[in-house]
Design a protein around this ligand. Structure first.
Ligand code: UD2
Ligand code: MN
Length: 354
């Protein structure tokens, strides 16, 4: 059998009614008093001391963290991310005067560009560059041209607010020159050093003469040297893609990089053009005023004679491009030198096969 529950009335009547009332009253008065004192304190300006307490506390927090952890945690947690650089750099000036008769003193140039660090690296200090650009120069025995290139291009590239590095890919030995393969090597080697997302391929003898012609990548592969002095400041033909060009990592991979089997002068730029259109992309170009550039006058180098096979090869791009390119690249690095204005990578590219 269960015990019968006490009726509610029996519970209340069991408590002493008067003392309970007293206790309740006291509690209500106490709470009201507490609330009004707090309110008064807050409204009468005592707030400053309250806020002072919080603000001091906030300022002290980092020090506390600092003393507790040996790693400089505070700098990483507090340091603000740099804002992105603007789409159009405010540092650009437009036309640039170049003169290939002046003497270049590379030591003076290095002094004049203190923010360019070892290996020809630079990034803006006050904003986050929009792109990380590797500039790749196929090279052999053109030291004077390289001096002019560095002299004129470093200041321009800094004004363009790029996060960039300069890679001179120097063909070792005196076998036939292979421009496109050197550029493939530049792509592969620069990526070993930094997470570049854009690749500018430039002849060593071309200088842009308007700094608004940006050395960066666009939605489509970019042709930069569109108005060369030697072609009367225009294009020699509509499909021309020689001189200076820029491809994003994705664009470069889509075309399987450049051909490795163009030995000697000519054709490799047309093969690259064919690759781009075969993969459904088109060419982006600046206008012919912004796109003006100059090439240092020169004779044809030794071991860079016209490639007699180039016409045959160009007609086969569609069939060969998936087999010949960055996926079939093989070479040997002979020497890597990190110089103040660029990285010089000397490579053995081999000899023509067949
Ligand atoms: C044109 C194109 C170039 C390329 C070439 C055919 C222009 C402005 N340029 O250049 O992009 O398509 O025809 O291959 O139309 N190099 C050396 N050492 C050498 C040989 C070449 O460093 O011994 C490098 C150097 O970066 C040079 C580039 O290869 O600028 C192209 O060679 P070029 O200047 O002799 O050929 P060019 O002016 O006819
Ligand atoms: Mn040239």
């Amino acid at each position: 059998m269960k015990e019968p529950l006490l009726p509610a009335s029996a519970v209340t009547s069991a408590l002493p009614g008067a003392s309970l009332q007293k206790a309740c009253k006291f509690l209500v008065v106490f709470c009201t008093l507490h609330l009004s004192v707090t309110l008064l304190y807050y409204l009468s300006g005592a707030d400053s001391s309250i806020f002072q307490y919080f603000s001091i506390n906030q300022q002290q927090t980092p020090n506390k963290i600092n003393s507790t952890y040996s790693t400089p945690l505070t700098t990483t947690t507090i340091a603000k991310e740099l804002p992105s650089c603007p789409d159009t750099s405010p540092l650009l000036r437009g036309p640039v005067t170049v003169n290939f008769n002046v003497q270049i003193n590379i030591k003076e140039d290095i002094k004049a560009n203190p923010h360019v660090t070892e290996g020809g690296r630079y990034k803006p200090s006050d904003c986050k560059a929009l792109q990380k650009v590797a500039i790749i120069i196929p090279f052999r025995n053109r030291d004077l041209h390289l001096k002019y290139w560095l002299h004129y291009m470093h200041p321009i590239l800094q004004r363009q607010q790029l996060d960039y590095g300069v890679y001179v890919i120097n063909q070792d030995g005196d076998n036939t020159f292979n421009r496109a393969k050197l550029m493939n090597i530049g792509y592969a080697e620069s990526l070993k050093e930094y997470d570049y997302d854009c690749f500018v391929f430039s002849d060593v003898d071309i200088i842009i003469i308007d700094d608004r012609n940006l050395y960066k990548c666009f939605n489509q592969p970019r042709h930069i040297s569109v108005a060369m002095d030697k072609f009367g400041f225009g294009l020699p033909y509509a499909q021309y893609f020689g001189g200076v060009s820029a491809l994003s990592k994705d664009q470069f991979r889509r075309i399987n990089g450049f051909p490795n089997n163009y030995w000697g002068w000519g054709g490799e730029d047309d093969d690259i053009y064919n690759r781009i259109v075969t993969k459904g992309m088109s060419i982006s170009r600046p206008d012919t005023v912004t796109g003006k550039c100059q090439m240092i006058k020169h004779n044809r180098d030794e071991k860079n004679d016209d490639n007699p096979k180039r016409f045959d090869l160009i007609s086969q791009t569609r069939q060969t491009m998936d087999k010949d390119g960055i996926n079939s690249l093989s070479y040997k690095v002979v020497k890597t030198e990190k110089l103040p204005f660029y990285v010089k990578i000397t490579v053995d590219v081999g000899i023509p096969s067949g």
